[in-house]
Design a protein around this ligand. Structure first.
Ligand code: S3P
Length: 174
Protein backbone atom coordinates (compact mmCIF):
# COMPACT_ATOMS: atom_id res chain seq x y z
CA UNK A 1 0.00 0.00 0.00
CA UNK A 2 1.47 3.42 -0.84
CA UNK A 3 0.97 6.83 0.72
CA UNK A 4 -1.75 7.73 -1.72
CA UNK A 5 -3.99 4.95 -0.52
CA UNK A 6 -3.20 4.65 3.20
CA UNK A 7 -5.84 6.20 5.42
CA UNK A 8 -4.80 8.93 7.84
CA UNK A 9 -6.21 8.24 11.33
CA UNK A 10 -6.28 10.92 14.00
CA UNK A 11 -6.64 9.84 17.58
CA UNK A 12 -5.83 11.28 21.02
CA UNK A 13 -7.54 12.57 24.12
CA UNK A 14 -10.85 14.47 24.09
CA UNK A 15 -10.49 18.08 22.88
CA UNK A 16 -7.14 17.65 21.14
CA UNK A 17 -8.78 18.67 17.85
CA UNK A 18 -9.22 15.33 16.06
CA UNK A 19 -12.46 16.28 14.29
CA UNK A 20 -11.66 19.86 13.31
CA UNK A 21 -8.10 19.02 12.24
CA UNK A 22 -9.26 15.84 10.48
CA UNK A 23 -11.87 17.73 8.46
CA UNK A 24 -9.22 20.21 7.29
CA UNK A 25 -6.63 17.49 6.51
CA UNK A 26 -9.27 15.68 4.43
CA UNK A 27 -10.11 18.88 2.58
CA UNK A 28 -6.45 19.61 1.85
CA UNK A 29 -5.78 16.03 0.69
CA UNK A 30 -9.09 15.92 -1.24
CA UNK A 31 -10.14 12.84 0.69
CA UNK A 32 -13.33 11.65 2.33
CA UNK A 33 -13.52 12.52 6.03
CA UNK A 34 -15.00 10.08 8.54
CA UNK A 35 -15.79 11.25 12.06
CA UNK A 36 -16.34 8.00 13.96
CA UNK A 37 -18.59 9.44 16.68
CA UNK A 38 -20.74 11.18 14.06
CA UNK A 39 -21.08 7.91 12.10
CA UNK A 40 -22.05 6.06 15.28
CA UNK A 41 -24.66 8.71 16.16
CA UNK A 42 -26.12 8.68 12.63
CA UNK A 43 -26.33 4.90 12.46
CA UNK A 44 -27.67 4.38 15.97
CA UNK A 45 -29.99 7.40 15.82
CA UNK A 46 -28.77 8.39 19.30
CA UNK A 47 -26.10 10.67 20.68
CA UNK A 48 -22.94 9.15 22.13
CA UNK A 49 -24.10 10.46 25.48
CA UNK A 50 -27.42 8.58 25.23
CA UNK A 51 -25.67 5.40 24.10
CA UNK A 52 -23.49 5.59 27.23
CA UNK A 53 -26.61 6.14 29.36
CA UNK A 54 -28.70 3.34 27.88
CA UNK A 55 -26.09 0.71 26.95
CA UNK A 56 -23.21 1.64 29.22
CA UNK A 57 -19.61 2.26 28.20
CA UNK A 58 -19.24 -1.42 27.20
CA UNK A 59 -22.14 -1.06 24.76
CA UNK A 60 -20.54 2.01 23.19
CA UNK A 61 -17.10 0.36 22.99
CA UNK A 62 -18.48 -2.63 21.14
CA UNK A 63 -20.12 -0.41 18.48
CA UNK A 64 -16.88 1.60 18.26
CA UNK A 65 -14.70 -1.53 17.85
CA UNK A 66 -16.96 -2.85 15.08
CA UNK A 67 -16.63 0.47 13.25
CA UNK A 68 -12.82 0.40 13.65
CA UNK A 69 -12.77 -3.09 12.10
CA UNK A 70 -14.90 -1.84 9.20
CA UNK A 71 -12.83 1.31 8.58
CA UNK A 72 -9.53 -0.55 8.94
CA UNK A 73 -10.38 -2.41 5.72
CA UNK A 74 -10.82 0.83 3.77
CA UNK A 75 -8.20 3.12 2.24
CA UNK A 76 -7.89 6.74 1.22
CA UNK A 77 -9.87 8.13 4.14
CA UNK A 78 -9.09 10.67 6.82
CA UNK A 79 -10.60 9.32 10.04
CA UNK A 80 -11.11 11.05 13.39
CA UNK A 81 -11.60 8.44 16.13
CA UNK A 82 -13.26 9.08 19.47
CA UNK A 83 -10.69 9.66 22.21
CA UNK A 84 -10.97 6.15 23.66
CA UNK A 85 -11.20 4.16 20.43
CA UNK A 86 -7.54 3.18 20.09
CA UNK A 87 -6.96 2.56 23.77
CA UNK A 88 -7.96 -1.03 22.96
CA UNK A 89 -4.86 -2.61 21.33
CA UNK A 90 -7.05 -4.68 18.99
CA UNK A 91 -8.41 -1.44 17.53
CA UNK A 92 -4.86 -0.15 17.02
CA UNK A 93 -4.07 -3.42 15.20
CA UNK A 94 -6.87 -2.96 12.66
CA UNK A 95 -5.23 0.30 11.59
CA UNK A 96 -1.78 -1.29 11.22
CA UNK A 97 -1.58 -0.19 7.58
CA UNK A 98 -2.87 3.34 8.17
CA UNK A 99 -0.89 6.47 9.05
CA UNK A 100 -1.99 6.95 12.67
CA UNK A 101 -1.31 10.22 14.48
CA UNK A 102 -1.99 10.80 18.16
CA UNK A 103 -2.83 14.43 18.94
CA UNK A 104 -1.89 15.69 22.38
CA UNK A 105 -2.01 18.86 24.45
CA UNK A 106 -0.91 19.86 27.92
CA UNK A 107 -3.15 18.96 30.84
CA UNK A 108 -4.11 22.62 31.41
CA UNK A 109 -4.91 23.17 27.73
CA UNK A 110 -7.09 20.04 27.64
CA UNK A 111 -8.96 21.24 30.71
CA UNK A 112 -9.53 24.72 29.34
CA UNK A 113 -10.74 23.40 25.96
CA UNK A 114 -13.13 21.01 27.73
CA UNK A 115 -14.40 23.71 30.04
CA UNK A 116 -18.19 23.40 30.30
CA UNK A 117 -18.51 20.65 27.68
CA UNK A 118 -21.77 18.83 28.32
CA UNK A 119 -21.43 16.14 25.68
CA UNK A 120 -18.59 14.07 27.16
CA UNK A 121 -20.20 11.21 29.13
CA UNK A 122 -16.87 10.17 30.68
CA UNK A 123 -16.59 13.59 32.31
CA UNK A 124 -20.24 13.89 33.31
CA UNK A 125 -19.81 12.61 36.86
CA UNK A 126 -17.50 14.27 39.31
CA UNK A 127 -14.80 16.85 39.09
CA UNK A 128 -13.58 17.34 35.49
CA UNK A 129 -9.97 18.03 36.53
CA UNK A 130 -9.84 14.79 38.50
CA UNK A 131 -11.55 12.74 35.76
CA UNK A 132 -9.18 14.06 33.07
CA UNK A 133 -6.18 13.32 35.27
CA UNK A 134 -7.33 9.75 35.91
CA UNK A 135 -8.15 9.09 32.25
CA UNK A 136 -4.89 10.57 30.97
CA UNK A 137 -2.90 8.44 33.39
CA UNK A 138 -4.87 5.31 32.47
CA UNK A 139 -4.41 5.92 28.74
CA UNK A 140 -0.81 7.09 28.75
CA UNK A 141 0.70 3.73 27.71
CA UNK A 142 -1.91 3.12 25.00
CA UNK A 143 -1.39 6.54 23.40
CA UNK A 144 2.39 6.13 23.70
CA UNK A 145 2.24 2.99 21.53
CA UNK A 146 1.05 5.09 18.57
CA UNK A 147 3.84 5.85 16.13
CA UNK A 148 3.27 9.54 15.34
CA UNK A 149 2.53 12.32 17.82
CA UNK A 150 1.65 15.99 17.41
CA UNK A 151 1.42 18.44 20.32
CA UNK A 152 -1.44 20.81 19.55
CA UNK A 153 -0.84 23.15 22.51
CA UNK A 154 -0.99 26.76 21.29
CA UNK A 155 -1.33 25.63 17.66
CA UNK A 156 -4.12 26.60 15.28
CA UNK A 157 -6.18 23.96 13.47
CA UNK A 158 -4.43 24.95 10.23
CA UNK A 159 -0.94 24.63 11.77
CA UNK A 160 -1.72 21.16 13.11
CA UNK A 161 -3.29 20.06 9.82
CA UNK A 162 -0.25 21.25 7.82
CA UNK A 163 2.12 19.51 10.23
CA UNK A 164 0.24 16.21 9.84
CA UNK A 165 0.22 16.49 6.06
CA UNK A 166 3.99 17.13 6.04
CA UNK A 167 4.56 14.14 8.33
CA UNK A 168 2.36 11.96 6.16
CA UNK A 169 4.09 13.01 2.97
CA UNK A 170 7.54 12.45 4.50
CA UNK A 171 6.94 9.28 6.50
CA UNK A 172 3.71 7.98 5.07
CA UNK A 173 5.16 5.49 2.61
CA UNK A 174 7.46 3.71 5.12
C1 S3P B 1 -14.46 9.30 24.47
C2 S3P B 1 -14.31 10.41 23.67
C3 S3P B 1 -15.41 10.97 22.89
C4 S3P B 1 -16.49 9.91 22.60
C5 S3P B 1 -16.91 9.25 23.86
C6 S3P B 1 -15.75 8.55 24.59
C7 S3P B 1 -13.29 8.80 25.21
O1 S3P B 1 -14.92 11.50 21.67
O2 S3P B 1 -16.01 8.96 21.69
O3 S3P B 1 -17.48 10.23 24.68
O4 S3P B 1 -13.36 7.64 25.70
O5 S3P B 1 -12.29 9.52 25.32
P1 S3P B 1 -14.01 12.84 21.57
O6 S3P B 1 -12.60 12.43 21.85
O7 S3P B 1 -14.20 13.30 20.17
O8 S3P B 1 -14.56 13.78 22.59
Amino acid sequence: MNSRTRSVVLTGFMSTGKSSVGRLVAQKLAREFVDMDAVIEAREGETVRTIFETRGEAGFRSIESALCAELGKRNDLVIATGGGALVNPRNQDVFANAFVVCLGATFEEILSRLNGAQDRPLLANGDARERVEILLRARHAAYARIQNHVDTTGQSIEQVADRIIRMFQTNGPS
